[in-house]
Design a protein around this ligand. Sequence first.
Ligand code: GLC
Ligand code: MG
Length: 731
Amino acid sequence: MADSAGRYIMLISVHGRVRGSDMELGADPDTGGQITYVVELARALIEHPEVNRVDLVTRRVIDPKVDPIYGEPKESLAPGVNIVRIECGPKRYLAKESLWPHLDSFSDNLLRYLRDQGRVPDLIHGHYADAGYVAGRMTSLLGIPMAFTGHSLGRVKKQRLLEQGMAEEAIEKRYKISRRIDAEEYALDNATFVVTSTSQEVEEQYALYDNYQPKRMTVIPPAVDLSRFTPPPRSWRNLPKIHKAITPFLEDWAKPMILAVSRPDPRKNIATLIKAYGENEKLRDVANLVIVAGNRTDINELDRSAREVIGEILQYVDLYNLYGKVAYPKNHDSSDVPHLYQLATKTKGLFVNPALTEPFGLTLLEAAASGLPIVATSDGGPRDIVALCRNGVLIDPLKSKELGEALLAAVSDRTQWKKWSNAGLRGAHGHYSWSAHVKKYAGIVGTAIRKSNKHRQTLSSSARLITADRIVVCDIDNTLVGDKSGLRELIRRLKNVGSNVAFGIATGRSLDLTLSVLQEWKIPTPQLLITSVGSAIHYGAPLIEDRGFDQHIRHRWRPEVIREVMTELPGLKPQGAEGQTKYKISYDMLEDEAPTAAEVTRHLRRSRLQANVITSHGAYLDILPIRASKGMALRYFAMNWGVEPDRCLVAGDSGNDEEMLTGNTLGVVVGNHDPELEKLRGEPHIYFAEKNYAWGIIEGIEHYNFFGKIRTHEPEFVNTEPAKPKPVNSA
Ligand code: GLC
Ligand code: MG
């Protein structure tokens, strides 16, 4: 429901410590960049004119070991933006690897939250595998568009760990990696679109997935805080202090400065850069090379790979005799970095990143924001940056000669240099700011919402379960179906009534038989499907199974033993395969010979078996788990979705409907009912309609004024005591 008031976006980020201020980054491995990102994204989204509400949903944690704020159900980030904390398994803080068994319950609790809000988000966005799984469940249930951001991916991690020599079982045990990968595949199944930071992530990482659909993937460059980086002032009164660390190395510091800034890591490929410079005589003449590779006091104390890198620098400088031309300052601090770029810009130099691989390339953006053109490895990050900003060239990091030529060309062409410098400045701020990020994001969200809206407004969408405050639940055979014109009229009324009324069915049929009868009578998929005499609950139209209910009714269910013991009774013929489901054993009753439901119950009890026995039309006998029946399933639904039983209108015609007709629900018995229901006449809240089939349901809806201000026709005092649980009909 993209109401004109604005869009409601729900971000989900389950693990870690999520709070609005003083983020505890690094407090544990689960509280890092992703947490900063989702909080910043939530704040930035509300600034968009089309967005009027943002919820950032995370796990609620009550644990003396962590700050009490993580136990607060709600924390405001800005007007319209809240962190919403939802229960997920145990109260204590858990590492993300331990959350998997609790995500279904997290999803159910989130649904409950939505019910309480009475508003369905226009988009739900899962961050990381765990939230991707939750968002997938929500989206398949509610039919709303979904976005997924992996942040990092299980298959990539597994590959890397295997390469490092870790054994498959060890990876599994420590990281639960297959659960994570399954969740990612499931998220990809359901996502309307996937947000990635670079095209490399799409081409190399998501390509490892069964569900690789590059068309659904969008690169939205992350926002980068570039406020520390600006072009140099026109004139410097005092040159920055880092200048002093460089000049001792150089004959003429004012020549164009080719600057490289990176960790002293062999993968950064600094050796090739010096080689490229050293081998190109012309380049050596016109430009200086400045290499800033970490800090050192004593080279011998560096770790091995850093020692190697620094060793190579010294060696090549000596080999090519680059004294006076190459600077490699011993120390600098982070406040010097902006000045380094500025000095390079001042001299009309370049920033060079020759790393072997570069998925992102933050330094390239810092250089761009300082007005410094770039020469960088042709890999994911630099490719995206150069494509967006047009501020330099890409090179092959393995070819030193080419690199030297590219550098020479870049410092020699002044007109080009000026263009690149300006374009980089504009591009870095234009494409990598929060406002640019959100603008692109909102554009994609808008398209996704528009595409899904048409579909969502229909009667069959289960999103109605969120907005509904009442529900019409009908038996199928001899109630909903039987009279075509009555059925058409009922469907018409349900379609027109608005999103506060949901529609459900409760039937003895299995899900398959239900779907075929719905199709045969052209009935739209209801939002609630109670099938197999209340032993299964699904939500339509996507037919999501309520797994919680499945768990709930398993209690004491021993179908094998029941079947065996039942052979001892005469007069019952097992129904065919279509009558038998996981939680339902059904028989046809042979006239005269068949035992009553009470007799069957007694027989089972004597064999220490507990089950619910229900007969219908004097012809069918169903055995169900003790917690299953149409009435029980309806109450389970009502409780979980927060619809009071007295806002459930139920209609039926025969024995298996009895239990949902009694109690606080608003019962309607259709005119053509089986005589076995006569005994209910006169019971509170049970209306016996004159008319048959669907016309009888309509009559009942009118009797209770169910689409308006509901009338129960009962004396006021009836409800002063809590409703007694209804005894099972057969006991
Ligand atoms: C439906 C089912 C059948 C069941 C009967 C009564 O006809 O297909 O298995 O016994 O309803 O509940
Ligand atoms: Mg019936």
